[in-house]
Design a protein around this ligand. Structure first.
Ligand SMILES: Nc1ncnc2c1ncn2[C@@H]1O[C@H](COP(=O)(O)OP(=O)(O)O)[C@@H](O)[C@H]1O
Ligand SMILES: [Mg+2]
Length: 248
């Protein structure tokens, strides 16, 4: 791995001061890397992303971004400093048009830049360009995720965090969303995501972390994690999922 742009060290965080859910987790992401976090329900994966994003009670630990200490900063400062966050639900405005969703995402961007950013979003996601005047609610699940990602990219973040971007999507659409994320890394964006579609996500990742009970359990390359039978059985859905997921 090259030098990480986003580095979280020993993060302790939760929803109520003094009752942490995340008990000292560390993760790193380098520019152009996709790093995936998997683990059982309730392991604290979402809480970890929210802790980095400045959305929950940050007890201790260090978040370094681009060499700057941004530990425990509030969400708007994180966005300003260049970390985008796509939460699991409620990540688009269904009553606004696609273009309006993108513009809302770019509220910190100057008028001149806004035109360029819209153009870039539509080049990157042509399906959004075709439907730019349509309300968010008419989009399919996969298109909504694309819009959520496109919206987060409007501020030109250097890192983007996504919480279960493929939740509820069909396997074909899951593959489309992952392909879009893979293309993002060509812009040298650092991608940190939490995924339940663990095997498929790990396959398109540079590295992955398994979290359990608010702690780092194991981390490694896709090959190391996917070929470890103990990890597969316990954390990646076991053999049944491997067969059901088919060729990826
Ligand atoms: N808004 C919340 N308020 C209080 N506790 C929460 C909240 N969201 C999640 N939790 C608790 O935090 C723990 C970890 O949740 P979460 O980070 O969502 O896990 P994961 O994303 O790995 O499934 C769970 O025990 C859950 O009940
Ligand atoms: Mg979660």
């Amino acid at each position: 791995m090259s030098e990480p742009i986003l580095s979280a060290r020993d993060i302790v965080a939760g929803y109520v001061h003094g009752l942490p859910i995340v008990h000292g987790v560390s993760v790193d992401v380098a520019p152009g890397e996709i790093v995936t976090i998997v683990g059982p329900n309730g392991a604290g994966k979402s809480t970890l992303l929210k802790a980095i994003a400045g959305l929950v009670v940050f007890e201790s630990g260090t978040v370094t971004f681009g060499g700057r200490d941004v530990s425990g900063r509030p969400a708007h400062e994180m966005v300003k400093s260049g970390i985008g966050f796509v939460p699991q639900t409620g990540n688009i405005f269904t009553n606004l048009s696609i273009q309006e969703n993108l513009i809302v995402g770019a509220h910190t961007v100057s008028r001149a830049d806004l035109r360029l950013r819209l153009q870039r979003a539509y080049e990157h996601f042509p399906v959004l360009a075709e439907r730019r005047a349509s309300a968010g609610r008419v989009l399919s699940g996969g298109q909504r995720q694309m819009l959520a990602v496109a919206r987060a990219l409007m501020t030109d973040p250097k890192a983007i965090m996504l919480d279960e971007p493929t939740a509820g999507l069909s396997p074909k659409v899951v593959a489309d969303v992952f392909a879009d994320l893979r293309r993002l890394t060509e812009l040298n964006v650092a991608v940190l995501m939490v995924e339940q579609n663990a095997k498929a996500a790990i396959r398109i990742s540079n590295r992955a972390y398994v979290l359990t009970e608010g702690r780092n359990y194991i981390a490694g390359t896709p090959e190391a994690l996917l070929n470890d039978p103990a990890i597969g059985e316990a954390f990646l859905g076991g053999r049944r999922t491997a067969q059901a997921s088919g060729a990826g």
